[in-house]
Design a binder for this molecule. Structure first.
Ligand code: GTP
Ligand code: MG
Length: 178
């Protein structure tokens, strides 16, 4: 019935993964969706696609429609169009690449320009498994997140550390808003 349709739409929370090319957005989603890490040569995402996932929060189901965007500069204008009806944004940087961390401010400026005012934002420092190559400390990530008043976590799309936790935190936040 049409009532069911509206009900389902209300339950669906559009969540978008954003951040520089190569930070691990696709890998994070594959790890969350399929519990695996695809190693091998890096192939940048072209275009945009989504994966539906149901997360259980406090015995209630939260439906996430997770959009994986292309981080490369030439796809930015396409990505902006998706910000408008997003309810949550997972913003990633790579703890082994300083430029990806420095660009977080620019990403946040874009987000505040194009997204809804009440969008749920979370900052993720990905590739936490690469301890030897780390250039951004956990404290630096935390400090930046605090400055913008958003939650922060370090994740590894490779080992799976904090991946479920990050999506569950987003789902919990969305649930409490409705
Ligand atoms: P675009 O699609 O271009 O925006 O990049 P992306 O953010 O989707 O990056 P992607 O997931 O394709 O990962 C880039 C590279 O980093 C790949 O070679 C991945 O295997 C690797 N990678 C991603 N996440 C991790 C991680 O947590 N740990 C390690 N060691 N490697 C990772
Ligand atoms: Mg990708």
């Amino acid at each position: 019935s049409s009532t069911t349709l509206v009900y389902n739409q209300e339950l669906m929370h559009k969540t978008i993964l954003v951040g520089d090319s190569g930070v691990g957005k696709t890998s994070l989603l594959v790890q969350f969706d399929q519990g695996k890490f695809i190693s091998g040569s890096f192939s940048a995402t072209v275009g945009i696609g989504f994966t539906n996932k149901v997360v259980t929060v406090d015995n209630m189901k939260v439906k996430l429609q997770i959009w994986d965007t292309a981080g490369q500069e030439r796809f930015r204008s396409v990505t902006h169009a998706y910000y408008r009806d997003a309810q949550a944004l997972l913003l990633l940087y790579d703890i082994t690449r300083k430029s990806s961390f420095d660009n977080i401010r620019a990403w946040l400026t874009e987000i505040y320009e194009y997204a809804q005012k009440d969008v749920v934002i979370m900052l993720l420092g990905n590739k936490s498994d690469m301890a030897a190559e780390r250039v951004i400390t956990h404290e630096e990530g935390e400090k930046l997140a605090k400055e913008y008043g958003v939650p922060f976590m370090e994740t590894s799309a490779k080992t799976g550390v904090n991946v479920e936790l990050a999506f569950h935190a987003i789902a919990r936040e969305l649930k409490h808003r409705n």
